[in-house]
Design a protein around this ligand. Structure first.
Ligand SMILES: Nc1ncnc2c1ncn2[C@@H]1O[C@H](COP(=O)(O)OP(=O)(O)OP(=O)(O)O)[C@@H](O)[C@H]1O
Length: 377
């Protein structure tokens, strides 16, 4: 359990944030300058707030009222930043074991072999950081932080310096470590797909305040008053189950109680639940199934809410069969033309190509077909 409650002023910026979080990944999400890194620095003990209390797994790290302020190395937190910051003169193995020196023997609960296995770096142990790719370096940095057996892992934009391909390479490893080590993680990102995919809960920061705290499906959902840029960022997060890969068209079919979702490419593993982030600007509403459109993903539901402020747009929330929600922006003109109102049955059409591959776990692009017609790997 993490309990964070701090008031901190730095220059013209004031941070006033309180949140509590159980295990799994807690994402700090917000625009540049909203205070995400400041929260990380306060947690790590790299900045001291004017007033505050921080508790992690029953240990009080800071309590200004009681004069408690553990030094950074005594907080036993693992830190992973945007760039890996490995020691260039040490091998990967030596970089990995370095963090353990600072952990008392009794506290060394994370073993070397499982970390190396989960992060897929066993073949790199004798190499120097300089000879690794950005994604490999970042996996080693995560391993080094984990091997110090931290109470909490702090990850500040760990994928930000990687290109899209490398991000896809590292994301599954972060998922595995989330699932296989019982270490809570605070994860900073301003990439909505990353947050939708990884986080158990999201703390949304705006101007130094936590303006929303909750599951990704709630916090990342669109609002009527969003700026144009934020409208494009807003997503509905829904959970489906992989049904099968269609090798002929190189798409994966995902089952959802409201309809079948078509995801370009192959999703691995080939079964089990997948979380999908659907950008609200890519959802079209239809009454009665329209023919002759390219859209393959049609989700059936009922209009639960229509929000308008008299401006051109309306924000429509559709309750899907199965209990999840999908949101769509439409003009008020369009809703009037369709005669769409609360309680009406409606279909949410989602362009399949708009489903970002970063929003589904372990996507592997379909390789060219073999002569026998089976998909290559
Ligand atoms: N040492 C400092 N002294 C004064 N102001 C600071 C200091 N460090 C950060 N700030 C200011 O505090 C605000 C929050 O910064 P912070 O780095 O926490 O934002 P962020 O959400 O992590 O942004 P980004 O996504 O760009 O990293 C910014 O306005 C920044 O200019």
């Amino acid at each position: 359990m993490i309990r964070f409650d701090c008031h901190h002023v730095q220059g013209a910026f004031a941070l006033d944030v309180a949140f509590a979080a159980e295990g799994g990944i807690t994402a700090l999400f917000g625009h540049s300058g909203s205070g995400k890194s400041t929260v990380i620095r306060l947690l790590a003990g790299l900045a001291r707030p004017q007033r505050g209390r921080i508790e992690v797994e029953d240990t009080v790290l800071l309590d200004t009222g009681r004069g408690i302020d553990l030094k950074p190395h005594r907080r036993r937190l693992g830190l992973v930043f945007q760039d890996a910051q490995l020691f260039p003169h040490l091998s990967v193995r030596a970089n990995l074991t370095y963090g353990r020196f600072f952990t008392p023997a009794a506290g060394r609960v994370v073993a070397f072999d499982p970390v190396v296995e989960v992060l897929g770096i066993s073949h790199l142990l004798d190499r120097r950081p300089m000879t690794l790719s950005g994604g490999e370096r970042q996996r080693v940095a995560i391993g080094r932080a984990l091997l110090a057996s931290p109470r909490l892992l702090l990850m500040d934009e760990p994928l930000a310096s990687l290109d899209a391909e490398r991000k896809l390479e590292v994301l599954p490893f972060i998922e595995r470590l989330r699932d296989e080590f019982a270490i809570p993680i605070v994860y900073v990102s301003h990439a909505v797909e990353e947050v939708a995919r990884l986080a158990a809960r999201v703390v949304k920061l705006e101007g130094g305040k936590a303006t929303a705290i909750g599951p990704p499906a709630e916090v990342l959902a669109p609002t009527l008053y969003a700026t144009a840029a934020d409208r494009f960022e807003a997503v509905s997060v829904i959970t489906g189950r992989v049904k099968r890969f269609d090798p002929e068209f190189a798409v994966t079919l995902v089952e959802h109680p409201a309809g079948e979702i078509v995801v370009p490419g192959r999703i691995e593993p080939a079964e089990g639940p997948v979380r999908i982030a659907v950008r609200s600007t890519n959802v079209t509403l239809a009454v009665g199934r329209p023919g002759g459109v390219s859209v393959r993903t049609v989700l059936f539901g009922t209009v639960e809410r229509v929000e308008t402020d008299g401006g051109p747009f309306a924000l429509v929330t559709v309750a899907l069969a199965g209990g999840e929600r999908v949101h769509a922006y439409a003009t008020r003109l369009a809703l009037a033309a369709l005669g769409l109102d609360v309680g009406d049955e409606v279909q949410a059409l989602v362009k399949s190509v708009s489903i970002d591959e970063r929003t589904v776990p372990r996507l592997v692009h379909a390789a060219p077909q073999t002569a026998a017609g089976a998909p290559g790997r």
